[in-house]
Design a protein around this ligand. Sequence first.
Ligand code: Z5A
Length: 219
Amino acid sequence: MSAEHPQKNGLLISFEGSEGSGKTTQIRCLSARLEDAGYDVLITREPGGTEIGEQVRHILKHADSGRGMTPETELLLFAAARAQLVREVIMPALDAGRIILCDRYLDSTTVYQGVARSLSEEPVTVINRFAVGPLMPDWTIILDLPPEVGLQRVRARGNDLPDRMEEESIEFYRAVREGYLLLADDLPDRYSVFDSEQPVELIEDEIWEEMQERYFRRD
Ligand code: Z5A
């Protein structure tokens, strides 16, 4: 299905954006449409998706032991969770021809740890590439939203556990947003940016339209 990665049969689509930008919502919408059309879909989330990854997620987000974590440690833990997910879950699913919808992938590390935490670009790039091996996304959907709106949505949704990653300043989330938009500017073929302030159904239609343009329409 992908000309860029002839070794794999499926399709790897990542969803990126800041908190509350609607990734989970839009992944569910796209998954439902793809399944209705007869495709075999797998959804992953990061950090997590494997037993190791879920334990790493707990350390990164909720554990008291995560307090005082350095940005370098954070980078390596996100990469470790992804390395496991790629080999244990994503590679076999791609080989089986499935469409994988990733709720975050390596661009989250580029933007959160690289841009917002100001880690140097070179180690972030090298560690990211080491973690994913050959599996770069075929397409990355960025859901763009002012951080104030996203954080408001998350607060309105209510949260069960204290979350270390959601305690940052508004400047941090602004840097995240800018980081994603810069990635999209640099590589417009891989990234598509959708205005996530629009109603859910409108964004869903826009994503579906572009999905068909990219992968299903052959004139
Ligand atoms: N992180 C990192 O630093 N480095 C990495 O490499 C990786 C991650 C992989 C993961 O948190 C944290 O880890 C995240 C980045 C960091 N932290 N921060 N800060 P997570 O997995 O718990 O959460 P998240 O990825 O940030 O997602 P989220 O907060 O759950 O948001 P979402 O999935 O994008 O949005 P949603 O759940 O679909 O929607 C949120 C609410 O808005 C919900 O009530 C919806 O009904 C509503 N919604 C959705 N769309 C709309 C529209 N269009 N209009 C109105 N309301 C809407």
